[in-house]
Ligand binder design. Structure first.
Ligand SMILES: NC(=O)c1ccc[n+]([C@@H]2O[C@H](COP(=O)([O-])OP(=O)(O)OC[C@H]3O[C@@H](n4cnc5c(N)ncnc54)[C@H](OP(=O)(O)O)[C@@H]3O)[C@@H](O)[C@H]2O)c1
Length: 317
């Protein structure tokens, strides 16, 4: 399986993984089991997705049935915004491991560079963005404190690799000034409408691997009413023409456009056929002209912006 070698540990991260956001909880265990059966080795979860227990059940069944060994899987999870304080990071990572039924994460990421007021897991889990009264409550925990606690997870072997998500260039450069363990991975929204070339270049220069999320652009955001009425990338004539030229689907072309430039992808699907189709996206090559044509669709259109929830969360301003 094609992979990216992570700086620091030298561990191989599969280039194509399976994303777990909005994977239906009731069928999540079966979906994860099927994903592993069809060849996925990377699972991208998060406390916020509310399906870690079910994902872990799928993993346990796959291991029990001999489909895979734990060490052949690459399991990613993420620290939610309400647990940024030093004293909460480890507690939560251990809580999440327990949900998954595993004893280490291959990769643990800070989900957003946003610190929200602590919420006890007994009170509400996952806590999401809002307090009980529907308002957003910030907490003054600087990223340096959270990163030091992430480094402690790494030292304890709870997370083999640690990384960041939704960080901008300025924040990454600042983090690099104090980090004793550098982030192995940066996970960002990345698709032809949001190519983020300067950020991609910076991460490459710093030796931080990039994982693209929401590779299909607006597609994922329709069901949560966040698609900004954008034209679907899968229907865009540039993408469909290139797909038919290769005898591939638009989804496969969108994934290949990223992986061919060394960017890992984690497509999500609740459908077994589409899940399989997405995994088989690296057995063809786009020409440099085709890559250029797809990249030219960029117009800095971002779908996942916490600033839309509350202006005090404008991390991309
Ligand atoms: N770090 C972060 O802040 C962050 C944010 C968002 C996402 N992520 C991660 O990235 C993963 C992927 O991103 P995403 O879930 O937003 O979106 P995505 O993978 O770009 O798109 C998923 C959408 O595309 C559809 N789809 C999947 N395969 C398809 C195919 N072959 N043909 C046509 N439609 C297809 C899915 O519907 P069906 O399910 O019906 O197939 C779903 O509506 C997430 O699951 C999560 O793990 C991380």
């Amino acid at each position: 399986m094609a992979s990216v070698v992570l700086k620091g540990t030298g561990q191989k991260m599969p280039l194509v993984g399976f994303g777990l956001w909005k994977v239906t909880r009731s069928s999540c265990a079966d979906t994860v089991y099927n994903a592993i059966k069809h060849g996925y080795r990377l699972l991208d979860g998060a406390g916020d997705y509310g399906n870690e227990k079910e994902a872990g059940e799928g993993v346990a069944r796959a291991i029990k049935d001999g489909l895979v060994k734990r060490e052949e899987l690459f399991i990613t999870s993420k620290l939610w915004n309400t647990y940024h304080a030093r004293e909460h990071v480890r507690t939560l990572a251990e809580y999440q491991l327990k949900l998954w039924g595993i004893d280490y994460f291959d990769l643990f990421l800070i989900h957003f560079p946003v610190s929200l007021k602590f919420v006890e897991v007994e009170h509400r889990y996952p806590p999401e963005w809002f307090g009980d009264d529907g308002k957003v409550y910030l907490q003054d925990t600087p990223i340096q404190e959270t990163w030091e606690a992430m480094e402690a997870l790494h030292a304890a072997g709870i997370a083999k690799n640690i990384g960041i998500s939704n960080f901008s260039g300025a924040l990454i450069l600042d983090l690099m000034r104090y980090a004793r363990v550098h982030p192995a991975v940066l996970q960002i929204e990345h698709h032809p409408y949001l190519t983020q070339e300067p950020l991609v270049k910076l991460a490459k220069e710093l030796g931080i691997a990039i994982t693209a999320y929401s590779s299909f652009g607006p597609q994922s955001f329709i069901e949560v009413n966040m698609d900004r009425d954008a034209k679907l990338l899968m229907d865009h004539h540039i993408v469909t023409q290139i797909a038919s030229a290769h005898g591939k689907t638009p989804a496969q072309v969108l994934l290949r456009w990223a992986t061919q430039r060394g960017i890992a992808v984690i497509p999500k699907s609740n459908n077994e056929q589409r899940l399989m189709q997405n995994l088989h996206c690296i057995d063809f090559n786009l020409s440099p002209e085709q890559i250029k044509e797809i990249s030219a669709l960029n117009h800095n259109l971002r779908f996942n912006d916490p600033g839309d929830i509350d202006v005090r969360l404008s991390i991309f301003a």
